[in-house]
Ligand binder design. Structure first.
Ligand code: 5GP
Length: 208
C-alpha cells in the first residue's frame, strides 16, 4: 500500500494556522489531523483529545523520555509536541496527515521526514500580523509583545519550506492548501515504483 503524505502547516504566531486547519478539517474530511500534546491550559471551548491532549509538565516530560513525541518545542513558556505513533500509523495506513505546528517543531520534523511537504502560512503583511496578535484578546500585554517579536523572527524561516500560502482570506488559503495536496498526489515519484512493478509483471507474463 502507498504510504500517506505528511503535510506540515506552519508559520508565525498569529497568522491563523489554527483557524485555517479547522476549516481544512471540515473541507477535507479524509485528511487526518494530528492532535498535539501541550502543557498550556485549555482556552474556553477547547476539549481534551480534540484540540489538544492537555498534559501536566511531568506527564509531558515523561512523553519526551519515552520518545513518544516526533518533535516538541517550548513556546511562550509551554511545551507543545506531536505524538509519534499516531503519525506513523496514519501514514502506514496510506492516509495523509497534517501537523499544525510552530516553526521550531516544523524544522525538526523536516530533519526526520525530508519527504514531508512543508507549507508556510504567511500573513498578507507584517502589520496585519501585528493586528491579529493584538486582536486575539486572550493574552496579556507581555505575552503579546513576546509573540510579536518571535513572529518576526519566524518569518525569516520561509526558505526552509516547499510552499508559501498567503492567508489573506481563510477560504482562499484553504483552497490553495487543497491544491497543494492534489499536486503532491500527482507527483511522478509517487507512481514510479508502482509503474516499475507493473512493467515487471507484464514483462514476466509476456516473457519479454
Ligand atoms: P496555541 O497555544 O495558540 O494553541 O499554539 C501556540 C503555537 O504552538 C502555535 O503556533 C501552534 O501551531 C503551535 N503548536 C501546536 N501544536 C504543536 C506541536 O505539537 N508542536 C509544535 N512544535 N508546535 C505546536
Amino acid at each position: 500500500m502507498k504510504r500517506g503524505i505528511l503535510f506540515v502547516l506552519s508559520g508565525p504566531s498569529g497568522v491563523g494556522k489554527g483557524t485555517v486547519c479547522t476549516l481544512l478539517r471540515r473541507r477535507l474530511p479524509e485528511l487526518v489531523y494530528s492532535v498535539s500534546a501541550t502543557t498550556r491550559s485549555p482556552r474556553e471551548g477547547e476539549q481534551d483529545g480534540v484540540n489538544y491532549f492537555f498534559k501536566s509538565r511531568e506527564q509531558f516530560l515523561r512523553m519526551i523520555d519515552e520518545d513518544a513525541l516526533l518533535e516538541h518545542a517550548e513556546y511562550v513558556g509551554n511545551y507543545y509536541g506531536t505524538p509519534r505513533d499516531f503519525v506513523e500509523k496514519t501514514l502506514s495506513e496510506g492516509k495523509d496527515i497534517i501537523l499544525e505546528i510552530e516553526v521550531q517543531g516544523a524544522l525538526k520534523v523536516r530533519e526526520k521526514f525530508s519527504e514531508g511537504v512543508f507549507i508556510f502560512l504567511m500573513p498578507p503583511s507584517l502589520n496585519e500580523l501585528k493586528q491579529r496578535i493584538v486582536g486575539r484578546g486572550t493574552e496579556t500585554q507581555a505575552t503579546i509583545d513576546h509573540r510579536l517579536s518571535v513572529a518576526v523572527e519566524e518569518m525569516n524561516l520561509l526558505h526552509h519550506y516547499d510552499y508559501a500560502v498567503v492567508n489573506d482570506q481563510i477560504e482562499l488559503a484553504c483552497e490553495r492548501i487543497s491544491s497543494i495536496i492534489t499536486a503532491e498526489h500527482c507527483k511522478r515519484e509517487r507512481f514510479l515504483g508502482e509503474l516499475f512493478e507493473q512493467l515487471e509483471t507484464v514483462k514476466a507474463a509476456d516473457n519479454v
